[in-house]
Ligand binder design. Sequence first.
Ligand SMILES: NC(=O)C1=CN([C@@H]2O[C@H](COP(=O)(O)OP(=O)(O)OC[C@H]3O[C@@H](n4cnc5c(N)ncnc54)[C@H](O)[C@@H]3O)[C@@H](O)[C@H]2O)C=CC1
Ligand SMILES: Nc1nc(O)c(N)c(N[C@@H]2O[C@H](COP(=O)(O)O)[C@@H](O)[C@H]2O)n1
Length: 201
Amino acid sequence: MAMTHNLRLLSDAIVVGSGTLVNDNPGLNARVPVVAPLDNQPTPIAIDPEYKMPVTAKLISNYHNGIGKQPILLAYRDSPKNDKRLALEESGVKVVDILTPSTPLNRQHFNTLSQIFGFTRFMVEGGATVIKSILAASANETSLSDTLADTLVVTVSPVLIGDGVSVVKNQPNNSKTPNLHHKASKVFGKDVVFVANFIDN
Ligand SMILES: NC(=O)C1=CN([C@@H]2O[C@H](COP(=O)(O)OP(=O)(O)OC[C@H]3O[C@@H](n4cnc5c(N)ncnc54)[C@H](O)[C@@H]3O)[C@@H](O)[C@H]2O)C=CC1
Ligand SMILES: Nc1nc(O)c(N)c(N[C@@H]2O[C@H](COP(=O)(O)O)[C@@H](O)[C@H]2O)n1
């Protein structure tokens, strides 16, 4: 937990998909061991072209309570300006129309966010669909300047959950998963954290 919140502090923006947003209602701010100053907080970004974010989302209340930056919602380029979008905008959400249907999250999306907001350090927290597209976009790259993501951080907790939850399934011959270069493993309480780079450096 403390490590995750430290990683958030090292990031300009924390990215999640709408599945995570709806299922978990995450805060995505840095608050362990204490709530970090607003200036140091990362900006939460939800990939949510269908406006599933409720106006009661924790991302929005954090913003109004001064413990989180203004949330950004990524929508389609031709997204309808419907009532739900207006309600989200009125509640403080900044909607950015940069997605294209059927196009997985890719470098262009991050470049655009960098150009608009000046972000350089992104932390993608989930869920499976978003992580899968990051892994696919990071595969087959050979230099740090090409690869979309540079570091993968995996926490393994001693909890049995049946068949588990796969983030890399349906990848034929693993052709669309990047090579991992182990950098560190550390035990935090009952959890083990693995850190790997996509490019060996
Ligand atoms: N164990 C962990 O550390 C974490 C677990 N999770 C879990 O993952 C689950 C959610 O995973 P998923 O269902 O895979 O959802 P997700 O959070 O990956 O979001 C997928 C959704 O994001 C949108 N999206 C993503 N990329 C898009 C693109 N390029 N263009 C347009 N829309 C796009 C779509 O609406 C898509 O359905 C949650 O139940 C959550 O609990 C999430 C984060 C971390
Ligand atoms: N980076 C990371 N490491 C873990 O060990 C995690 N369990 C998660 N989960 C993500 O955190 C979200 C909850 O955030 P808040 O505590 O509400 O701020 C959850 O939705 C996952 O995205 N992430």
